[in-house]
Design a protein around this ligand. Structure first.
Ligand code: FAD
Length: 524
């Protein structure tokens, strides 16, 4: 199946089978992005990660850029083992790290190409003599005493010297850019090396200086004193060429990486219907993957989980296996009396009870109304929106259903549970942040079940409008104000500057997300 990353990208696509053997006991360091192909922010970020991978593809022999998709069923367990709860999570692994290494999280808030690239340089330099990546050249600066004797000497190769300020990364980046090239050695020296600076006549930093094989030396003319111009100039010097076999082993690893499953065939569906297969697949993912990344739940997390389970048990329409499962979970959670919950026990209970229809042989989920035109689009987040829309509508239909639960005291109990769930557990961090901002700004104005339905509809439309035309927008299902005229003509009007007839929208939402509009089929 197509995914966010393909074999065409200059990075290594890892899977549960190849992760540990690749990143530990390795002669190179690794930078690994754990992503989830349904996570909107991961979709946006994939273009940055690809630019980074392209930018540092010649560094791969000493630090490899890689990805692993935690949304793929076969990768769930390994993502749990590596403690991945939010997406994207970036971790790095030192060269020669032991098999028990779970990676060091990259904590910087800025994940733009230049920042990550500089962090990669820092990671390399943080190695010791003992675990230094096998093919990594020296990155420390040279002194005047080291370099001055080389002036006027004949040699086989060019020597390029980048003279720079102490906080500059240019020298180290150029050294790594030329890693796969023979015929030139790149070294760096600091601007504080006065004897060298004076001997070379360098007046600004960073500067590139070149010692030629024939013993002459010059400051070459490059358009700009920047990494790209220095590296490009050096790569085109006569006699400088890419080393044989210079491309890293990424391609081989990608071929070896299993678990890029074949795509399922397309199922036709009716967008005027809501499919229980989507809701059940979403719950399957939520219980078995999203929450399963936690080894245990306690305190605030446990009470949020309990509230969620109770909400679904009380409001999920039509009874059936989902409600039975949620009721069993809810009873069992109550019997725990707030003690720490070992998540494996939930999984055991779910495995016992969840014989719901969406489970395709061998596990997995089956999207119908939430199918995307390719893997990584729609799916889980689509099902989560759908579930909460249904719960708001069910709450309005059965306002007493939450009596005797914690939610009975809140004006917008469904939204409050949703808000806490999204903030605490939803793997897409950025989405959670946005949703929390919206909830903090407007949720206290929601006073009754109808306003609850409309608040979620409006909020969802705001997200649609923000995401329209971005990478997470499925071209087959472009994000647009919803419902469109084909689904609800009377919802639209142009009166006094308003676009919507909110009364009609409410009627439509109650019908669309009502129990009688649910389809238990897997296609039209
Ligand atoms: P979705 O937007 O997921 O909608 C699913 C279905 O709901 C649609 O097919 C339609 O039938 C129906 N629907 C659409 N609009 C409405 C509406 N206004 N009211 C009622 N029903 C509607 N991704 C990001 O990239 N950045 C974010 O910040 C972000 N925030 C998110 C916050 C939350 C709480 C959730 C659950 C998801 C978020 N996502 C975010 C994911 C994104 O909103 C989509 O869910 C995802 O891109 C899949 O889109 P989709 O085309 O399947 O439609």
């Amino acid at each position: 199946a197509a995914s966010l990353y393909t074999d065409e990208d200059p990075l290594v696509i890892l899977s549960s089978g190849s992760l540990r053997s690749s990143v530990t006991n390795s002669s190179s360091a690794w930078l690994l992005q754990f992503f989830s192909s349904w996570c909107g922010h991961c979709i946006q970020y994939s273009s940055t990660w690809k630019v980074l991978a392209e930018d540092v593809k010649d560094w791969q022999a000493v630090i490899a850029v890689s990805v692993l998709d935690c949304a793929q069923e076969e990768n769930h367990e390994i993502c749990r083992e590596f403690g991945i709860q939010l997406f994207p999570t970036i971790k790095f692994f030192h060269a020669h790290s032991p098999e028990t290494d779970r990676g060091t999280p990259f904590r910087g808030a800025n994940r733009q190409v230049q920042t990550v690239r500089q962090v990669m340089v820092d990671i390399l330099q943080n190695h010791t003599k003992l675990d230094w990546p096998d093919r990594c050249p020296r990155l420390e600066p040279y002194s005047s005493e080291d370099l001055l004797p080389r002036l006027g000497q004949r040699s086989e190769d060019y020597t390029a010297i980048v003279v720079e300020e102490p906080d500059s990364y240019v020298g180290r980046e150029v050294i790594l850019d030329l890693l796969m090239f023979s015929g030139v050695q790149v070294k760096r020296a600091l601007s504080s090396e006065r004897p060298l600076v004076e001997a070379l006549g360098v007046t600004s930093f960073p500067s590139l200086y070149l010692l030629h094989p024939n013993s002459t030396h010059t400051e070459p003319r490059v358009e700009k004193k920047q990494r790209f111009f220095f590296s490009s100039f050096l790569k085109t010097l006569p006699g400088v060429q890419r080393k044989a076999g210079g491309r890293s082993s990424a391609a081989g690893l990608q071929e070896a990486a299993p678990g890029r499953g074949a795509s399922e065939s397309w199922r036709r569906f009716d967008s005027a219907k809501v499919y229980t297969a989507d809701l059940e697949s979403g719950l399957h993912y939520l219980l078995r993957v999203e929450l399963a990344s936690h080894d245990y739940l306690e305190g605030e997390e446990l009470s949020i989980f309990k509230d969620f389970v109770t909400l679904v048990a009380k409001l999920y329409p039509g009874g059936g296996s989902v409600v039975r499962l949620m009721e069993a979970l809810s009873d069992w959670l109550l019997s725990l009396q707030g003690r720490r919950l070992v998540y494996q026990n939930v999984l055991d209970l779910v495995d016992n009870k969840m014989r719901v229809r969406q489970c395709v042989p061998g596990g997995g989920v089956r999207w119908v109304g939430c199918q995307g035109s390719r893997a990584g689009l729609r799916g889980y987040p689509c099902s989560l929106w759908t579930l909460f829309h249904i719960l708001t509508v069910q709450h309005a239909a059965k306002p007493t259903a939450l009596e005797n639960t914690g939610g009975s005291r809140e004006a917008a109990p469904v939204l409050q549970v949703m808000r806490r769930y999204i903030r605490t557990f939803f793997g897409c961090q950025e989405c959670g942040r946005h949703f929390e901002q919206a909830a903090a700004a407007g949720l206290d104005q929601v006073q009754n079940p109808d306003q609850q339905i409309l608040w979620l509809w409006e909020q969802h439309n705001r997200v649609n409008s923000r995401l329209s035309g971005t990478l997470s927008d499925d071209p087959l299902f472009p994000k647009a104000p919803w419902p469109g005229p084909a689904l609800c003509a009377t919802c639209h009007e142009e009166k006094n500057g308003a676009r919507w007839n909110r009364d009609n929208v409410l009627v439509f939402l109650r019908r669309h997300y009502g129990a009688s509009n649910l389809s238990h089929r897997h296609a039209i």
